[in-house]
Design a protein around this ligand. Structure first.
Ligand code: G3P
Length: 217
């Protein structure tokens, strides 16, 4: 399973990239606004930190302007992945860009039928928002299961990128279902490393090691 981080905060990206476990980055207009940075500048900086896909989202709502925005964004770096919303114009743009070999992430997916359309439009990634699904009384993981089944039925190459991840259980469930990628805020990724028994175990080993009076170096 690939791990993307869902942020436009440079320090958080650097910190996770240093673990060697970061496969990509996703941003959206809200995250860019939160960073307070210039969109193109921060995207270029992120693309220099990670080798994997960096999603940069168009903000136009019509196909022609989406294409113009995508043209600007994809020139930023080779690893820019154009993010488009799951609308008719978004999928037209997805089809056109993917036919030219540009990576596309189709975002704001809330149904398996929408995911089917995105795969037919040649999306590299489909982003179902599990947290927002849960917030609205649905089970986001049911959606991931349905998409996995449909994509496997037809051997679609589109990768399922589980988004709107709110906690480590979402990551575990997505991995059990066989989602290809998950994108999560930095805190959730850091939480994956933690276990109270790991901390307790280290504490015990350190105390016993100190009793030996030895050193490895
Ligand atoms: O990047 C899209 C998605 O991950 C947003 O998550 O927490 O705003 O629902 P959230």
């Amino acid at each position: 399973m690939k791990f993307f981080v869902d942020t436009a905060e440079i320090e958080a990206i650097r910190d996770l990239a240093a673990t060697g476990l970061l496969d990509g980055v996703t941003t959206n207009p809200s995250l860019i606004a939160k960073s307070g940075r210039d969109f193109k500048e921060v995207t270029a900086e992120i693309c220099g930190i990670v080798d994997g896909p960096v999603s940069a989202e168009v903000v136009a709502l019509d196909h022609a302007t989406m294409m113009k925005e995508a043209e600007v964004l994809r020139k930023i770096a080779d690893n820019v992945c154009i993010k488009v919303p799951l609308t008719v114009d978004g999928l037209k743009t997805c089809k056109a860009l993917s036919s030219e070999g540009t990576m596309v992430n189709v975002t704001l997916c809330f149904s398996a039928n929408q995911a089917l359309l995105a795969a037919k439009a040649g999306a590299s990634f489909i982003s179902p928002f599990v947290g927002r699904h849960d917030d609205n009384g649905f089970d986001g993981m049911d959606l991931i299961e349905d998409i996995r089944l449909i994509y496997d039925n037809y051997n679609f190459a589109t990768e399922i990128l589980v988004a709107s991840v709110r906690h480590t259980t979402h990551v575990l469930q997505a991995a059990k279902i066989g989602a290809d990628v998950m994108t999560a805020p930095p805190k959730v990724i850091h939480d994956l490393f933690k276990h109270v028994l790991t901390d307790k175990g280290i504490e015990g080993f350190m105390a016993d090691w100190a009793k030996t009076g030895q050193s490895i170096l």
